[in-house]
Ligand binder design. Sequence first.
Ligand SMILES: [Zn+2]
Length: 100
Amino acid sequence: MERKQEEIEIKTAGPVLPGSVTIAMAKCGKPTCVCQTDPEKRHGPYYRWTGVVDGKRTTITITEKEASECRRRIKNWNRFQQKLTLIIKNAMSRAPWNDR
Ligand SMILES: [Zn+2]
């Protein structure tokens, strides 16, 4: 008995990007700089993307503009993964051994 296969479209909402974006304030190398003693006077913000490139965990310093584009793409990637999770769940419930 063949069960009717439900079609699930797998499409992204736009460009995707795995990984994450972090914002950090940092101290510089100058021993006399005010950033060394006052946490409020640290430099930045510095934007960074962290993810896997060629199988290696990588951090890339990015601009604020790139950071907001990265966030947009990461959101698309997360939505895509949520869809994929649903597809996998659906596939498991329809696995061949479930027809016994
Ligand atoms: Zn400094």
